[in-house]
Design a protein. Structure first.
Length: 402
């Protein structure tokens, strides 16, 4: 190989190394960037969060007052307390004098505790107008990442004669595929008795509703939403009528068919979606491959060691997938490889299947290296595929917060 080509390979490798490390330092959503929920702040070591109350019983459109105290980790990054809109029923509530998530940072005007790394907020929260049982999730987080959460249960009961109380609405699965129906269950009670319970769903942004009678089974009313095409936006609610003819309508819930939700907060760091493992693996693979092409006789052993280390890191990265939310595997359906109906599923599906192929090449390269067979014919395709995986993973992380 000509000397200029060898130097070119080394220069390209150096640029890639720089990009990988600089990108890793900046962070990606879901790792150490801005998070839509506190799922990336999930190590509560040294933190406490204490609400003045955890259960509330109110009437529609009432307000509740709760004081939440948080103690963070001394000397670490800024402490933040909020009610993430994508968690629980938080989006159904509003917070007097604060933004839509009730966010208060350490030292803000709403912070009643003047000490650093401590936040105390007195929240005045307006409850929904629809009767039911709601869960508020408050999160406190520091970018260690460190974080902790607490749940508040708010029961909104109708006044006397206001109609049935609808609560505990549950959908299974919460995000269906285009081949799955969704089972809806709800608890409905009334002081005078229940006359009828209906499930209503809409696929045209509430312009029209389809009605389905729900049946009582083990104290829960059940109904089923049929299959719909990918990316269909489905809104549903429960309507109950008591024996006096008074009607109650539940709060609306919604989902998008085939959409991949963000992983919920988990008791372990999200290592797969980021560069904690993938970044070093790619750096080792590029440098090892460049050295092999530069001087095969001199650097074969170093190449083998670097590629083996990259393979081990990648294997750990793959194993970590089994600790992810089960919805991660939704995209493994081969049908999404040729469907552009959902760009997220399309890219994620290719990411998964190319990952499988790359691990086959990587495993064969690792075994041939251990057997003493000196060749780049198997390792090079693995490196190329790992690069594609890095780019698609970066795309999913940056644009979809995965």
């Amino acid at each position: 190989m000509k000397k200029q080509v060898r130097y070119g390979i080394l220069i390209v490798s150096a640029v890639l190394v720089f990009v990988l490390f600089s990108t890793s330092a900046l962070g990606f959503p879901g790792q150490n960037g801005a998070c839509t929920t506190s799922g990336c702040h999930n190590d509560p070591a040294g933190m406490t969060i204490t609400p003045s109350e955890t259960t509330f019983n109110v009437e529609p459109d009432d307000s509740i007052s709760v004081t939440i105290q948080v103690i963070g980790v001394s000397g670490e990054n800024a402490l933040l307390l909020k009610f993430p809109s994508g968690v629980g029923d938080n989006a159904q509530f509003s917070y007097t004098g604060l933004d839509a998530e009730g966010a208060v940072a350490d030292g803000d005007a709403a912070d009643l505790d003047a000490d650093t790394d401590e936040v105390e907020v007195n929240y005045d929260i307006t409850v929904p107008s629809t009767p039911g049982s709601y869960t508020l999730e408050a999160y406190a987080a520091q970018h260690l990442p460190n974080g902790i959460s607490v749940s508040l249960t708010v029961t909104v009961a109708p006044p006397a004669g206001a109609g049935p109380l609808i609560s505990l609405i549950n959908s299974t699965p919460s995000i269906p595929l285009d081949t799955e129906t969704v089972s809806i269950t709800a608890n409905v009670t009334s002081e005078v008795g229940i006359s009828e319970v209906k499930l209503q769903y809409s696929t045209d942004n509430r312009s029209s509703w389809t009605n389905q009678t729900m049946t009582l089974n083990n104290d829960l009313y059940e109904g089923t939403i049929p299959e719909f095409e990918l990316d269909t936006h489905v809104v549903f609610r429960v309507v109950a009528i008591d024996t006096d003819g008074t009607e109650s309508v539940s709060w609306e819930q919604e989902y998008i068919v085939g959409d991949i939700p963000l992983p919920p907060p988990e008791p372990m760091p999200q290592l797969h979606y980021g560069w904690l493992l993938g970044g070093p693996a790619l750096v080792l693979a590029y440098i090892g491959t460049a050295l092999e092409y530069y001087n095969e006789e001199k650097y074969t052993r170093i190449h083998g060691v670097m590629l083996s280390a990259a393979y081990i890191l990648t294997s750990i990265n793959v194993v970590w997938l089994f600790f992810e939310d089960p919805s991660t595997w939704t995209a493994m359906n081969p049908a999404y490889l040729i469907s552009l109906a959902s760009i997220t599923l399309f890219i994620h599906s290719w990411h998964i299947w190319l990952g499988i192929i790359s691990m086959i090449f990587g495993t064969l390269a690792f075994l041939t290296h251990m057997a003493g067979w000196k060749t780049c014919n198997l390792g090079l395709p693995a490196v190329i595929l790992w690069t594609i995986l890095g780019l698609t993973g970066m795309f999913l992380g940056l644009f979809f917060g995965m």
